[in-house]
Each structure stands twice: as structure tokens, then as C-alpha cells.
Design a protein around this ligand. Sequence first.
Ligand code: NAD
Length: 411
Amino acid sequence: MTPVASQRYFDQAADLIHLSDELRQLLSTPQRELTLQVPLTLDDGTHRVYSGYRVQHNRARGPYKGGVRFHPAADLAKTRSLAALMTWKTALVDIPFGGAKGGIQVDPSELSVTEMERLTRRFTEALGPAIGVYRDIPAPDMNTNPRVMAWMMDQYSIMETYSPAVVTGKPVELGGAPGRDSATGRGAVDVLESHLNFDGRPLAGSRVVIQGFGNVGSWMARTLVDRGAHVIALSDVSGGIYREQGLDIDALSAHTAQGGLLADLDGIEGDGITNAELIELECDVLAPAALGDVITIDNVDRVKAGVILEAANGPTTPDADEVLWDRRVAVIPDILANAGGVTGSYFEWTQNIQQFSWSEDRFNQELGERLSRAYDKTRAMADEHSVKLRTGAFALGVERVASAVTLLGHR
Ligand code: NAD
């Protein structure tokens, strides 16, 4: 989501709840921004210096929480708006965290595994006392994964003391939680099911189109099929596949698990389509789970889905969002649709602190309950004020944070 979009959604929510000017000002700016020098010695002995960031937006409801991305386009402005989004998201799902985001401006595809490890450890050193189990808890984001989290956790533990709860999204062998890997995709389906059921419609039998077959898209597809829905089209960066009767998700997963792309399918039933065609397919639910800005003013008039499930961050541009609202196409906003990820991170953190592991069944059950509560509250807020689900979701998040800030004496 662009900084302009996130500010617009914040402003709409602030208007709805009649937020005071003082609180608007306080919540529109982050509490702390760090720009860090991250030097790296390459494998060939030469040196580079990268810029690292951590923006801590608000901690009125609990320690700062948010991902770390390694990306050439990472910068302070984007990190700042993503940190604010995390504040509203953690408040919306009512978990005891604030919001933060961080990253390094780097193209990780240019680095070897050993260079990535050294870079991650230097970044963690540079963050130093700014992070901590009850201070700020990073997590994976674009181009960071459980392995990167393991290095961060280890480096922090070397500097301080053994602290598995300082990051989430770790490998299960090192304190990660069974269920965390699937939590974003599964949670998106939980939210979708709440939405459909609220309107008296079953998830089973729904025809769903998914863009993206990575972590989120693949878990969504599997969960949908388990619950009786039909995934009729799927895509990845190479293109997509369409089959009106439903796709064989197990066969597709087996293909991509070997590193295969959807454009190179052989022997799997379905017709090839482009990513542009996929967005415009006739279906009950369109679930973008890859990139931002894929439903825009240029293609929104050709979108035929009845429900948009924003599993990716910022897949709908604000002007396309207005068109969908005018047409009364339901958009389940990213802040709610993909909140299963941070909710799962919260479960991992609590298990680490208690040094007690939950079963995966318990993890999934608590995830579903928490997300369906968040949906119901969002729906009630949106219906009461006749506003979009997005405005309702932002308003709930902003209202909860504003209330905590007020109770703390405007801190
Ligand atoms: P991923 O890297 O595992 O998968 C991304 C998928 O998108 C891949 O299938 C890739 O081929 C596809 N893709 C890339 N470029 C594309 C293009 N131009 N057109 C079509 N498809 C393309 O990423 P992920 O973790 O599944 O995340 C997907 C989205 O969900 C991102 O927007 C991310 O910010 C958001 N999200 C992820 C999590 C999480 O826990 N993983 C949590 C919250 C939000």
C-alpha cells in the first residue's frame, strides 16, 4: 500500500470516529524512526554499505511488532506507512502489540547465503537495544524468511540472553509455531467464510480465483479446497491456469514444490491464461495474493467478482476501491484479510514466553476464532455507518489505539 493510500484510509477512519486534531497529529506520526548503516564484507573480501530502517509507529497497546523486508525499493517513507498499518492491524485483531516495520535497501538476489547471514547479523547488531521481547518484535516480510529470523534471534541472543521471543516466524525447530507458516492463507479463508456466512452464503461451492501461488496463495488454495470451495484459476509470476470445474491443487503444489512455474505445466488439466485475464474472470471471489496495485482504475470496470479478498497488501488502488464501492462489490480489506499472519506471530510469541507449545489444531482454532471476531466487529462498524469494510476496519483499529493513547495520557 502506498503512503498516499494509507494516509487516505487513516483520514477516512479518523473522520468517521470524529478523532480530535491532537490525536490525529499524534497518530499520523511515528514515535521513533531509525536509519541505520549496515556494512557488509562480501565473500570476495570487498565491502559495501547498505541503508537499514526500523520505524516504530506506536506502542500504546503493547510492544512494537512488524516485518523486516530486504528489497531494493525499501525506503523510509514506505517503511513509515507500513509501520502505521501494523498499528491499526494489531489493534483490529485485538492482539497486545503496537506497530513497526523495517528493512534493508538491498537486492538479496545479488547476495550469497553467507553474505545474507552476515548482513542480517549486522542489521540486528545495528538495531541493538531498539528491539527486544517486550520492546519490538520483528518478523519475516518480503525476501526474509524463517532462516533470516533464526539469524536475527541468534544474534540478539548472543548480544543479550537467549531470547526466542525476540522475533517471530522462526523455523519450528528453533521455537517457531506449527501453524504459523499457513496462518496468513488459512486466516484469509477464515475471514472470507465469516463474510459469506454473515450474508447467509456457504463457502462450500464458491468459485474462487487466486493471483499468486506462494506462501499465502498456496495455503489459501489448499484451505479453500478442504472446505469445499472450487479454486477455478491460479497464477504466479509466469502466468496462470484456469479450469471451470476446479483445479487439482495437490498436483499444482507438487509441481511448484519442485521449483516449477505455472506457465510450464504438463499433464495437469486446465487452460493457460495471463495474469491480466485472471483478474477479469467471472467468479464469486477474486483473491489477489501476490502484488500491490493489480485492481486499478484501468481494469476495475472489467472485474466481475462479487467479493474481493485482499490477501496481498494493497492490491486495490484507492480510486478502483471507490468504483467497487459504488458497484457494491464487497472488498475484504488487506488489514483484515491478511491479519492471520500477525495473529499467528502473536501465538508464536506467547508460546515462546511460556516455553510451552500448542498443537497445530489449537493454533488453527484460536486463529479462526480471533479472525471471525474481528470480521464481525468490522462488519458491525461498517454496516452501522454505511461505509466500506475497509473504513470500518481502519476505524476500529484507530479507535482502539486512540483509546489506549488517551488512557495513557496522550503518550
Ligand atoms: P511469496 O513470495 O511466497 O509468493 C508470491 C507469489 O506471487 C508467487 O507465486 C509469485 O510467483 C507471485 N508473483 C510475483 N510477481 C507476480 C506478478 N507480477 N504477477 C502475478 N504473480 C506474481 O509471497 P507471500 O508471502 O505469499 O505474500 C504474498 C502477498 O501477501 C504479499 O503482498 C505480502 O505482502 C502479503 N502478505 C504476506 C504475509 C505472509 O505471512 N506471508 C502476511 C501478510 C501479507
